[in-house]
Design a protein around this ligand. Structure first.
Ligand code: ANZ
Ligand code: ZN
Length: 854
């Protein structure tokens, strides 16, 4: 009697058994018996409290790789933890009065229970949350090492300030220039903040990212663009009239387009340029202008989008190349103080920001780069700057040169005149890590009036967050805590003040991979790192990965990490999202997939029977209600089916659309695999037969093993799944034939092992059913017999006197005489040997037949 596979009873049973056998614990280097290591890591989750399908896909992918490597004999590290600091916990505290820590740890418990149901082969013994004092204490120690090394420093920097809530806002909390809670117009304020000196590694981060061959090209490019190396010229403009006090040496600008100098029509300085600030002291109009610019917010994006604002200072500077020509000096909101020198020259014809500015304020527009095929007499840029290639014109000694050559010559001329210097600039800024928030890692320093900044002594780490804090008012709870910040100076013992800023949560995720490798043993960290395969969302392609690459270098240079390359992730895979159709009721409200009924093409609201508008297929999100709850899927179909489906339908880097039909199909396929085991007699089994049908089935199986193996290695999980489908079809057919028990049993033993990375619980049940030894999760990857996987024919090139004349395809085991005869019989060969004396024939097996004639 055929039985059905019951995931509801099988899955928990296997998970308990794995846990009891402690199957997925990574071995210490000394116990690994020389096995190669594989560190497989998925970006650790934020404990929001609920698992979503995107998590399932992400962690299922990592698990496929981890289980596969384990089966191939690697000592695998596959850990899990929680990226647990951050704003949502504080928001929950503000909204519901629950302590952020309590909220976070409750979420971790809930999510961990969900995670455990997925059957992931994780080493939970290394679990931690970044809000554990042990973790953030170690991070504080690291911070102090970096401070000591000069990789951490303080400087005044702009923050978004909410004047109503009296608090600093993160860029994401500024919406259309207003504070997200108060709605007040946000101001920029200077605050002394902590920075990591990531720019010290700018060049190295750029060169090395190009060498990460197992990273997606797209991510490498994004990193390179973010670092943004610009080669250009730093150039001094002398004042045409009397220079303002303190600015006798002129205005220094940075340009990447010195070739366009003859098209310059103004010089612009940042609203925060020292000259602007100085002049504002005596000009109310300029003061007002600066205040207006300050309302735009601090993000580059906000400034980019803002309307161009300008203020004519009345000053003029001399053109460096054109005798007697002068340029007006403006203050302009699109010039950032934090980049280059905080001053530019504007060439409107060839820069969009400059032309927007020039058109608004009636400044000259002189084109100096002539596009190929354009007429110098009539060429006009209108309102759109020309930034393409061409030859220089209207430009004196540069006329006729292509852009790159003109850049070189302009730089040479400026350098020779002592007016400036060719330079390299990076877009990358030092990383501001101060946050005026509670739920983060306290910065472990003390401010003393006499001693200045004093590191918290190692013995006093971790600096713990106080528990008794309130969230009933805006601002930083650490700042208003009655006692927490009061402390004696570790150096002079006078009353001093703790730093109340906490670290950006990106810091927490910049070194967790090293902590997983070992909490304290440098040798073990060196053994595991770099991560061999990192898996995560492309939304982290820039910041998280860049900060992690910086941190690995900083830790290395502080003697904390033996990782010469400084690259923490040797391989990176960025997975696509899980999408779903969207549904709207007549009134326009979104409906959950569970609230609609599909009958062929007709979709109705289950509760009302009214028609439903089927919308676009989009990333699952709460706002559109097109989510499917993993818990519900696991309860209905089992974790294996959920894992199988999210990996099956599209390549892992692309999005996969969740459909009811798809998940049901995956469920049927699981039963089909089970039925193959179920239809076999009980073990033990005879050896596979040597008859043609047995051989054929064995060939199919052994080749499938190779295909699945290769597809997993190449991150083509959908191809692996397709190969398993074909294999199962062949096995299903073989059920009908007599005398195949041996070949079928062999096939099933291999199939169980190939299915394990995807549907580990089902694979265990199959393995158990066919009398497999131990756990299939601990079994070695099946070995394919080359005699059964190689094709049995070969193609050989046929040469006459060393010249290729044709080719033959023959049976692999054909004797040399027969091969020679076949070669000579080829018409295109025969033509060259007809009537000649064949001196000898050389057969290089599997490759060439060379016929030598006189
Ligand atoms: C003159 C010029 C002419 C420019 C032209 C461009 C086109 P990247 O490539 O990003 O390094 N720039 C320099 N400092 C700036 C600042 N602090 N704020 C805003 N813009 C600044 O960009 C370098 C170019 O951006 C520089 O080259 C400068 O404008 C502008 F046809 O100089 B250019
Ligand atoms: Zn002191």
């Amino acid at each position: 009697m055929a039985t059905r596979y019951d995931p509801q009873s099988a899955e928990p049973r296997w998970r308990d058994a794995w846990a009891a056998a402690d199957l997925f614990r990574a071995k210490r280097p000394a116990d690994a018996a020389g096995a190669p290591k594989a560190y497989i890591l998925e970006m650790f989750p934020y404990p929001s409290g609920r698992l979503h399908m995107g998590h399932v896909r992400n962690y299922a992918m990592g698990d496929v790789v981890a289980r596969h490597r384990r089966a191939k004999g690697y000592n695998v590290l596959h850990p899990m933890g929680w990226d647990a600091f951050g704003m949502p916990a504080e928001n929950a505290a503000m909204e519901r009065g629950i302590h952020p820590g309590k909220w976070t740890y409750a979420n971790i418990d809930a999510m961990k229970a969900q995670f455990k149901k997925l059957g992931l082969s994780l080493d939970w013994s290394r679990e931690f949350a970044t809000c554990d004092p042990e973790y953030y204490g170690a991070q504080q120690a690291l911070f102090l090492k970096m401070l000591d090394k000069g990789l951490v420093y303080r400087k005044a920097s702009k923050v978004n300030w909410d004047p109503v809530d009296n608090t600093v806002l993160a860029n994401e909390q500024v919406i259309d220039g207003r504070g997200w809670r108060s709605g007040a117009i946000v101001e920029q304020r200077e605050l002394t903040q902590w920075f990591f000196r990531i720019t010290a590694y700018a060049d190295d981060l750029l060169t090395e990212v190009q060498k990460l061959e197992r990273w997606p090209e797209k991510v490498r490019t994004m990193q390179a663009n973010w670092i943004g190396k610009s080669e250009g010229l730093q150039l001094r403009f002398d004042f045409a009239g009397k220079a303002p006090a303190g600015f006798e040496s002129g205005i220094e600008v940075f340009t990447t387009r010195p070739d366009t100098l003859f098209g310059a029509s103004f010089v612009a300085i940042s609203p925060d340029h020292p000259l602007t600030i100085q002049m504002a002291e005596t000009s109310d109009a300029l003061k007002a202008f600066r205040a207006k610019c300050a309302q735009i917010g601090t993000s580059e994006e906000a400034i980019e989008k803002a309307e161009k604002l300008g203020f004519d200072t009345g000053l003029t500077v001399a053109h460096p190349f054109i005798e007697g020509a002068t340029l007006p000096v403006w203050a302009a909101n699109f010039v950032l103080m934090g980049y280059g020198t905080g001053a530019i020259f504007g060439c409107p014809a060839h820069d969009q920001r400059d032309i927007d500015f020039a058109r608004k304020f009636g400044l000259n527009v002189t084109p100096v780069v002539l596009p190929p095929d354009a007429d110098p007499e009539t060429f006009d840029v209108g309102d759109k700057a020309y930034t393409g290639p061409g030859r220089i014109f209207n430009s004196g000694f540069l006329d006729g040169l292509p852009v790159d050559e003109a850049k070189r010559q302009a730089i040479a001329r400026i350098e020779a005149a002592g007016h400036g210097q060719g330079t390299v600039n990076y877009r990358l800024r030092d990383w501001g890590v101060s946050r005026q928030r509670y739920w983060g890692c306290p910065i472990p320093v003390i401010h003393c009036e006499d001693c200045g900044i004093v590191p918290v002594p190692a013995a006093d780490l971790p600096v713990r967050l106080p528990d008794d804090v309130t969230f009933d008012q805006p601002g930083n709870p650490l700042e208003r805590h009655p006692t927490w910040k009061q402390v004696a100076c570790p150096t002079c013992n006078k009353p001093a003040r703790r730093e109340t800023d906490t670290l950006d949560t990106f810091v927490d995720s910049s070194w967790y991979y090293a902590r997983f490798a070992s909490s304290d043993d440098p040798a073990e960290r060196a053994y595991w790192l770099p991560v061999d395969q990192y898996v995560g969302g492309v939304e982290h392609a820039v910041l998280h990965l860049l900060y992690s690459r910086f941190f690995a270098r900083a830790m290395r240079d502080c003697g904390e990490l033996d990782l010469p390359s400084g690259e923490p992730f040797a391989g990176l895979f960025t997975q696509g999202m899980v999408t779903h159709e969207t549904y709207r009721a007549a009134g326009g409200t979104w409906l959950e997939p569970g609230a609609v009924t599909r009958d062929g093409a007709a979709v109705t609201e289950t509760a009302t029977g009214k028609p439903v508008e089927v919308g676009a297929i989009e990333k699952m999100s709460k706002s559109k209600k097109n989510t499917v709850d993993p818990d519900a899927i696991v309860a209905t179909y089992g974790a294996d089916v959920a894992r199988w489906f999210v990996l099956s339908d599209s390549p892992p880097e692309r999005d996969v659309e969740w459909t009811q039909a798809g998940v049901e199909g995956a469920g049927r396929f699981a039963q089909r695999i089970w039925s193959l085991a179920d239809s076999l007699p009980a073990a033990p089994y005879p050896a596979p037969g040597e008859d043609a049908a047995s051989l054929e089935l064995r060939r199919v199986s052994h080749r499938a093993v190779l295909n699945v193996d290769k597809a997993i290695d190449e991150f083509r999980f959908n191809s692996a799944i397709a190969a398993i489908h074909e294999w199962v079809n062949a096995l299903k057919k073989a059920e009908q034939a007599e005398g195949l028990t041996g070949a079928r049993a062999e096939a099933l033993s291999m199939l169980a092992r190939c299915v394990t990375p995807f549907m580990p619980h089902l694979a265990e049940s199959v393995w158990e059913r066919i009398g497999g030894e131990g756990f299939v999760s601990a079994a070695a990857w099946p070995e394919a017999d080359p005699a059964l996987t190689t094709d049995d024919s070969v193609t050989l090139a046929v040469q006459v006197n060393g010249k290729r004349r044709g080719e033959i395809t023959v049976a692999k085991d054909l004797g040399n005489d027969a091969v020679e005869a076949a070669a000579r019989a080829l018409p295109e060969v025969e033509a060259f040997i007809a009537g000649k004396d064949v001196k000898k024939t050389i057969v290089v097996p599997g490759r060439i037949v060379n016929i030598v004639v006189a």
